[in-house]
Design a protein around this ligand. Structure first.
Ligand SMILES: Cc1cc2nc3c(=O)[nH]c(=O)nc-3n(C[C@H](O)[C@H](O)[C@H](O)COP(=O)(O)O)c2cc1C
Length: 276
């Protein structure tokens, strides 16, 4: 794969023919473009955080304390940023964070597919969220040769969790990443002020509502509107709109029964003061 930095040669080369980039490359301008393009309810969901958003802001500010360290007399024309993760060699120590309801971030409603295509192009692994708008099988089909991971919010229904894990494994996801800090939905004033909770609108989470893909045992336990059925999941979410729970989250559950099958797994916190 070419160096990411080679991208700038393309830009300068095109500039000689009078072509300027269609999109800015700096964060501030990208952010401004996104703010202008997104519908208010999407922006509120993506940009909003918990409480007064102070934690989120301070987390972002903390990155400003990192700087460039110039290295003299070091040939950096050939770079190797590769690293090992989950027994695989990746071209760089980067992977995409899972973004729930990502679908609504593109005009066609298929933001998960757009991000998966970007992963295929860049070699940066994609991590599909439990709250994808497109079924996880469709999403990974756009990842090309780049490995993809599946993020699991552990639903309260254990059968549903197991069915998601087994589908992820069958679909070809190479690792399972379990988010453990979302037991309840965070208090997010921006979204609350407009009663905005995109998880409850549209086809998301496709994974949970895609009932025909649920295995028989999960459907059976889901009958009668219990968690796992289309009605049951919707009811659960409405009753307390959180995907959090403890179906499989207990450390001991993973340690003793390896419910994730053969997939390597890592536990994570969504964190960031965003309350997701
Ligand atoms: C719009 C949005 C949606 C997110 N959805 C998920 C999700 O579905 N699952 C998850 O584990 N984390 C989710 N996160 C958390 C991110 O994956 C990430 O951990 C968090 O944003 C912290 O990284 P950052 O400081 O670079 O934003 C979401 C974050 C944002 C902003």
């Amino acid at each position: 794969m070419a160096h990411y930095g080679d991208y700038q040669n393309e830009i300068y080369g095109a500039g000689l023919r009078g072509i300027v980039p269609g999109l800015p490359v700096d964060f501030a301008n990208l952010k401004a473009r996104a703010e202008a393009a997104m519908a208010p309810h999407v922006l509120s969901y993506v940009q909003g955080g918990c409480g007064d958003e102070g934690t989120q802001d301070r987390n972002a500010e903390a990155f400003a304390h990192w700087g460039m360290v110039p290295r003299m007399m070091v040939d950096c024309s050939k770079r190797d940023l590769s690293t090992e993760l989950f027994g695989q060699t990746l071209p760089s120590p980067l992977f995409m964070s899972p973004i729930g309801v990502n679908g609504i971030c593109t005009q066609d409603g298929h933001g998960d597919l757009a991000a998966a295509k970007a992963s295929a192009k860049t070699g940066v692994p994609f991590m599909a969220s439990t709250l994808s708008n497109d079924p996880l099988e469709d999403v990974i089909s756009h990842c090309g040769d780049t490995p993809a991971f599946f993020q699991l919010y552990t639903p309260k229904n254990r059968d549903l969790a197991l069915s998601l894990i087994s589908r992820a494994e069958k679909a070809g996801y190479r690792a399972l990443v379990i988010t453990l800090d979302t037991w309840v939905t965070g208090w997010r004033p921006r979204d609350l002020n407009t009663a905005n909770f995109p998880q409850l609108r549209g086809p998301c989470p496709a994974e949970l509502l895609h009932r025909p893909r649920l295995p028989r045992h999960a459907r059976r336990s889901a009958r009668g509107g219990s968690p796992g059925s289309r009605r049951g999941v919707g009811r659960d979410l409405r009753a307390g709109p959180d995907m959090g729970g403890h179906g499989l989250a207990a450390r001991s559950d993973f340690a003793s029964s390896r419910p994730q099958g053969d997939l390597p797994s890592r536990r994570r916190a969504a964190g960031g003061g965003q309350g997701r």
